[in-house]
Design a protein around this ligand. Structure first.
Ligand SMILES: NC(=O)C1=CN([C@@H]2O[C@H](COP(=O)(O)OP(=O)(O)OC[C@H]3O[C@@H](n4cnc5c(N)ncnc54)[C@H](OP(=O)(O)O)[C@@H]3O)[C@@H](O)[C@H]2O)[C@@H](O)CC1
Ligand SMILES: Nc1ncnc2c1ncn2[C@@H]1O[C@H](COP(=O)(O)OP(=O)(O)O)[C@@H](O)[C@H]1O
Ligand SMILES: [K+]
Length: 508
C-alpha cells in the first residue's frame, strides 16, 4: 500500500476528474459512506460534525446528509463559515443539508459550541484535511481545543485537523482522534510523530480513485504491512542446508554489556540464520558460552573490558568468510572499537552497524562513501541526531528530510527506529505498522539487530531484510502482548515471540 503526501492526493483528485471523468462529488459520496460506516460502529444516537471551509468540510456535509437519509441518528453540523464560502461540491451538500432540515450552527459562540459538544455522544472532525497550509489560530484554534476538552470520542476525516499531512507536525493545535478514516491511501503525517499520536486507529477507505491513477503518482513511500512482509519472507528450500541459509558473524559485547550481544545472537539464531558465530572480548566469554550453545564463538583479548584491536586477527579472518557481519551491540566506546569499525568498513561484505558501532561510525562517516557492499544502519533518534550532527528539535520537526538527506549522501539502508520505524534508501521509504510500547526497554534494539542480521544472511537484499526484520520484531512484540503486560515485556519475551511472528507472516 502506497503512502501519499498532500500534493499527490490533490493530483489524484484532479486526474480522476480530468482524465477519467470521475467528479469529486462522487469521491466525496464514497468518503461519506466510509465515515458513516465508522460512525455506525459506535452505536450512538447523537453525532456532531464539525466542518471547515474546504473539501474536508464538504466531506463532513456529505456525511451529515447521509446520516440523515439512512439512519435515525440525530445529527448536528457546526460550520466555521457560510455555506457560500464552501467549494462548489460542498455547496451541493450544503443545499441538500438545508433541504433536509439538518440542525446546523454557523460559527457558534464558544459557550454554545461547548454545550453542543457536551450533548453529543460522538464528534466527527472535518475541519482540515490535506489542505492545511499554515498555523491554526482564532476561532479554528478555539474550536479544536474545545473538541479535545470535551472528552468525547472523535472520528477524524482523512487526517486529524491540525496535523500536517506530509510532516506529521502539529500546526498550532490538533484534534486528538480515536479513529481516523483516511481516503484512498494513507497520508505520511499519520505515521510520523507527533501525528501518529493524534490519529488513533487508522482506517483506510477506498473512495474510487482508479488504481492506475495512484500507481502513476508513485510516491516511493510504502506501508510495511502483512501483505508486504509475506512477500519478503526468504524462501527456505526443502533441501536447504546450514550454508544455503546463510552465515553471520556478530561482533560486540564488553564488560558489563554481555547481555546486549547475547540478545542479538539469540535473535539471529531464532530468525533462520544457518550458521551464527559471535566474537566478544575474552573477559565476558564465560557469561556467553553457556547461554548460546547453538552459536560458535571467537574470544578476543580485551583491554580494560573492551576489544583490543591488536588481537583481532581471528575475528577479521572469520569476517572474510561469512555472508553478513553485524557490529556494535554492547561493544562499548573506545578507540579500539573505532579502529575495528574502520577495518570492518573496508571488508567487502554486507555490514549491519548498531548501537556503539553507530557511535564509532559518527566519528568516521566519510568512510561510508567507500563501501562496496550493503550497509545497514539501525539508529534510534538519539543516534540519528549524532549521525546528522543536529539537535533533537531540528531532527524531530523534519525527520523525513534529514533521513532522506542522509541516504542521498551515503550509500546505506537506514533503519530509523521509533514508534513507527522508518526504513529508507535513496528514493524509497517503508513505514512499519507493527510494534508497541512494550518494546521501550533496553535490549529491544539488540534483538532487532540480530533479526535483521539473520534475514540479511538469508535473503541478501538489504532494504528487504531490514524491512522484514523490523516488521517481525514489532509483530513478535504485538503477539506477546496478548498475554504479557507491556510493563513485563523484556527482550526474552520478545525472542520467544519471534517464532509466532514468522508463523503469522507466513500465513497467506
Ligand atoms: N484528494 C482527493 O482525492 C479527495 C479529497 N477529499 C477531501 O479533501 C480534503 C482536502 O481538501 P482541500 O484541499 O480543500 O483542503 P482542506 O483540508 O479541506 O482545507 C483547506 C481549507 O482550509 C483553509 N486553511 C488551510 N489552513 C488553514 C488554517 N491554518 N487556518 C484557517 N484556514 C486554513 C484553506 O483556505 P486558504 O488557504 O485558501 O485560505 C482551505 O479553504 C482531503 O483531506 C479530503 O478530506 C475528498 O473530499 C474527495 C477526494
Ligand atoms: N513505544 C514504542 N512503540 C513501538 N516500538 C518501540 C517503542 N519503543 C521502542 N520501540 C522499538 O524498540 C526498539 C528499541 O531500540 P533501541 O532504542 O536501540 O533499544 P536498545 O537500547 O535496547 O538497543 C526499536 O526497534 C524501536 O522501534
Ligand atoms: K480532519
Amino acid at each position: 500500500m502506497q503512502v501519499m503526501d498532500g500534493k499527490r492526493m490533490r493530483e489524484a483528485d484532479a486526474i480522476a476528474l480530468e482524465e477519467y471523468q470521475i467528479p469529486t462529488l462522487l469521491l466525496m459520496d464514497r468518503a461519506a459512506d466510509a465515515l458513516m460506516k465508522e460512525v455506525l460502529r459506535w452505536q450512538v444516537k447523537r453525532v456532531c460534525i464539525l466542518c471547515g471551509l474546504g473539501n474536508n468540510g464538504s466531506d463532513g456535509l456529505a456525511l451529515a446528509t447521509q446520516l440523515q437519509r439512512f439512519t435515525d441518528i440525530s445529527v448536528s453540523v457546526v460550520m466555521l463559515g457560510e455555506g457560500n464560502q464552501m467549494p462548489a461540491d460542498g455547496q451541493v451538500y450544503y443545499q441538500i443539508m438545508r433541504a433536509l432540515n439538518i440542525r446546523s450552527f454557523i460559527q457558534p459562540g464558544l459557550e454554545d459550541l461547548r454545550l453542543l459538544l457536551h450533548e453529543s455522544e460522538l464528534l466527527v472532525d472535518c475541519l482540515f484535511g490535506t489542505g492545511l497550509n499554515r498555523g491554526i489560530d482564532g476561532l479554528f484554534y478555539d474550536v479544536i481545543e474545545s473538541v479535545n476538552a470535551s472528552g468525547k470520542p472523535v472520528i477524524s476525516c482523512d487526517i486529524p485537523s491540525g496535523i500536517h499531512a506530509d510532516t506529521g507536525q502539529v500546526l498550532g493545535t490538533a484534534v486528538k482522534a480515536k479513529v481516523t478514516v483516511t481516503f484512498q491511501n494513507p497520508k505520511l503525517g499519520l505515521y510520523l510523530e507527533p501525528g501518529s499520536l493524534y490519529c488513533g486507529d487508522i482506517v483506510i477507505a477506498d473512495i474510487g480513485v482508479p488504481n492506475v491513477v495512484m500507481e502513476r503518482l508513485k510516491s516511493g513511500f510504502e506501508l510495511l504491512d502483512q501483505e508486504l512482509a509475506h512477500r519478503l519472507l526468504p524462501p527456505r528450500a526443502r533441501n536447504a542446508n546450514k550454508y544455503t541459509c546463510g552465515t553471520a558473524l556478530i561482533i560486540g559485547g564488553s564488560k558489563g554489556m554481555s547481555g546486549a550481544l547475547q540478545m542479538c545472537v539469540k535473535a539471529c539464531l531464532y530468525s533462520g540464520c544457518g550458521l551464527t558465530t559471535y566474537a566478544a572480548p575474552a573477559c565476558i566469554m564465560n557469561a556467553l558460552t553457556s547461554s548460546l550453545p547453538q552459536a560458535m564463538s571467537i574470544a578476543v583479548s580485551d583491554k580494560q573490558g573492551h576489544f583490543d584491536n591488536e588481537f583481532c586477527d581471528e575475528l577479521f579472518k572469520a569476517a572474510q568468510n561469512v555472508d553478513v557481519i553485524a557490529f556494535g551491540c554492547g561493544a562499548g566506546r573506545s578507540e579500539d572499537v573505532e579502529r575495528i569499525l574502520e577495518r570492518l568498513l573496508l571488508i567487502d561484505k554486507p555490514l549491519i552497524i548498531d548501537a556503539d558501532g553507530l557511535w564509532a561510525l559518527s566519528r568516521r562517516l566519510p568512510l561510508l562513501k567507500k563501501r562496496r557492499s550493503a550497509t545497514i544502519l539501525t539508529p534510534h533518534m538519539g543516534e540519528m541526531q549524532r549521525l546528522c550532527a543536529v539537535d533533537k528539535n531540528a531532527l524531530q520537526s523534519d525527520v523525513l528530510r534529514y533521513a532522506f538527506d542522509f541516504v542521498n549522501e551515503y550509500p546505506v539502508t537506514l533503519v530509523l527506529k521509533g514508534m513507527r520505524t522508518l526504513i529508507l534508501e535513496k528514493g524509497r521509504l517503508r513505514i512499519n505498522t507493527t510494534g508497541n510500547e512494550g518494546l521501550a526497554k533496553g535490549g529491544s534494539g539488540d534483538v532487532l539487530c540480530g533479526m535483521i542480521t539473520a534475514l540479511m544472511a538469508q535473503q541478501k537484499q538489504a532494504f528487504d531484510a531490514a524491512s522484514l526484520g523490523v516488521y517481525l520484531h514489532g509483530l513478535a512484540a504485538d503477539l506477546q502482548s496478548q498475554h504479557t503486560a507491556f510493563y513485563a515485556m523484556t527482550a526474552n519475551e520478545l525472542i520467544q515471540g519471534i517464532s509466532d511472528a514468522f508463523l503469522a507472516a507466513m500465513d497467506e
